[in-house]
Design a protein around this ligand. Structure first.
Ligand code: CUA
Length: 152
């Protein structure tokens, strides 16, 4: 009789354990960790923070975040200025099609994909006017798609 009670207790524990694991796995499936953070809706991305106000945010001693939107055929903001030696964390997304994001004279070169936020960090140790250009063919005015980053 005692064995039977322990058997039932054991089975009950097993079910409780499976329930916890199952619920945990289900919750993980709903929202994969570390993934959802970089997804955005390209149709509304320019209406919600931070991309509703594209531009620079100072986050430390000569350290900035740059939130930028790419679209056919340009970038927002149109112009940015940072002090010499600044570290910039670029966060870039597209409102329409796949664009490029390249700054000649640096190793900055990434794709900008609608629905995703692409991220890259760079320290600007040289002064000058840097062009940010699109290097993915995106339509008739692809060649004109650029903006300027001033380092001084
Ligand atoms: Cu955008 Cu080419």
């Amino acid at each position: 009789r005692l064995e039977k009670i322990w058997l039932i207790f054991g089975i009950a524990m097993l079910f409780a354990f499976l329930a916890v694991v199952g619920v945990g796995a289900f919750a993980m499936g709903m929202q994969p960790p570390g993934d959802h953070r970089h997804m955005v809706n390209p149709e509304t991305v320019d209406q919600v923070a931070p991309f509703n106000q594209p531009g620079l945010r100072k986050i430390g001693e000569n350290e900035y975040e740059a939130y930028m939107l790419a679209f056919a055929f340009g970038y927002a903001p149109e112009k940015m200025e940072i002090p010499l030696g600044a570290t910039v964390h670029f966060y870039v997304t597209s409102k329409d099609v796949v664009h490029g994001f390249q700054i000649p004279g640096t190793n900055i070169n990434m794709m900008v994909v609608p629905g995703e936020v692409n991220h890259l960090t760079y320290k600007f140790d040289k002064a000058g006017n840097f062009l940010i250009l699109c290097n993915e063919y995106c339509g008739v005015a692809h060649e004109m798609m650029m903006t300027t980053l001033i380092v001084k």
